[in-house]
Design a protein around this ligand. Structure first.
Ligand code: FO1
Length: 318
């Protein structure tokens, strides 16, 4: 079975671990969000690609969900001693090595997709990890600063400001001119199932869909498309998705996110059992919907979610 997953960072990566366990023989292609990417200290940092790679490759800091386990911060401290920041972004020594290799390869002329493949040769994530695009796309968030509208990088909004102020708009800068990375459109067209994991619908899955050609390919794909709600009981399971959902005028409920994707894009939608009363409203919108436990408490629970998503895909295919 060929499965394509459009994934963001922590939620996407954890879901993928469950999916891999649920269907160990499946050929899984991950289209990763690169809108969170940031250039720091002359290095290209790809948080979502790295989170998927480290999580599936066994190198992730489990509790944190991002960065490396057993991390130290000597380089960051030395940079700070020179007065070189930002101090608010936690790049560890082990992680730095990944960004150095990536930046070196990009500088030598390799596209991000080839660099990601090279990095994955070490981590062996057990999936094919493709960036959504080889082109530069950077998500910016418009906020109000003392009565003036200002755009900040997504990481500044997310990590430095902790999404503590309202997001007025979310803009994937550069997306309109970006092309899907090699292999992305073919994987989507040739998939047996396409899954949207419980990743952020705006800044993760939404950014991937903003690359011209990807949304169209998903909508036109013969495969069933099934998503899992990242919202449980009206709140994000983790992260601050509600803040960026408000910016695109979408309520923070499982059913509103399903309607936001729409029946043109998704055929099936899973909500948590606490949101069982949303099932009827989602189905009214033309999307098959089931209520199942959606808390990724451990790998078994996550594998069960993945199986439920694949079962719903079979139902809607029929
Ligand atoms: N998240 C934080 O909350 N604080 C950090 O200092 C931080 C550093 C960081 C470094 C590398 C990396 O790959 C991810 C990192 N993240 C950090 C996670 C990241 O900011 C976001 O969770 C994702 O971009 C959203 O998917």
């Amino acid at each position: 079975m060929r499965i394509v997953v459009l994934a963001g960072g922590i939620g996407g990566a954890r879901f993928l671990r469950g999916l891999r366990r649920a269907v160990p023989d499946a050929e899984i292609t991950v289209v990763g969000n690169t809108g969170d990417d940031i250039h720091l200290f002359g290095l290209k940092v790809c948080p979502d690609l790295d989170t998927v790679m480290y999580t599936l490759g066994g190198g992730i800091h489990e509790e944190q969900g991002w960065g490396r386990e057993g991390e130290t911060f000597a380089v960051k401290e030395e940079l700070a001693a020179y007065g070189v920041g930002p101090e608010w972004f936690g790049l560890g020594d082990r992680d730095f090595a990944t960004h150095i290799v990536r930046t070196q390869m990009l500088g030598a002329g390799y596209p991000l997709s080839a660099v990601t493949e090279a990095l994955c040769a070490r981590w062996k994530p057990g999936v094919r990890l493709l960036p959504m695009t080889d082109d530069r796309v950077e998500t910016h968030v418009a906020i109000d600063v003392d009565g003036e509208r200002r755009a900040v990088h997504f990481q500044e909004y997310w990590v430095k400001l902790r999404a503590s102020v309202d997001a007025l708009a979310v803009v994937p800068v550069g997306a309109e001119a970006a092309k899907p990375a090699p292999g992305v459109l073919d994987a989507i067209a040739g998939a047996d199932v396409i899954l949207f994991p419980p990743s952020n619908p705006v800044v993760s899955v939404g950014t991937i869909l903003a690359v011209p050609g990807i949304r169209e390919a998903v909508a036109a794909a013969p495969a069933p498309v099934v998503g899992l709600s990242p919202l449980v009981g009206g709140a994000p399971v983790r992260g601050m998705a509600d803040k960026v959902l408000a910016a695109v005028g979408v309520e923070s409920t499982a059913q509103a996110v399903a309607r936001h994707y729409g029946a043109d894009l998704i055929d099936g939608w899973l909500v948590d059992t606490v949101d069982a009363d949303a099932v009827a409203a989602v189905e009214e919108a033309g999307i098959a919907c089931r209520a199942v436990p959606l808390m990724m408490t451990d790998e078994d629970a996550t594998a069960a979610m993945a199986r439920a998503a694949l079962a719903l895909a079979e139902e809607v295919r029929a």
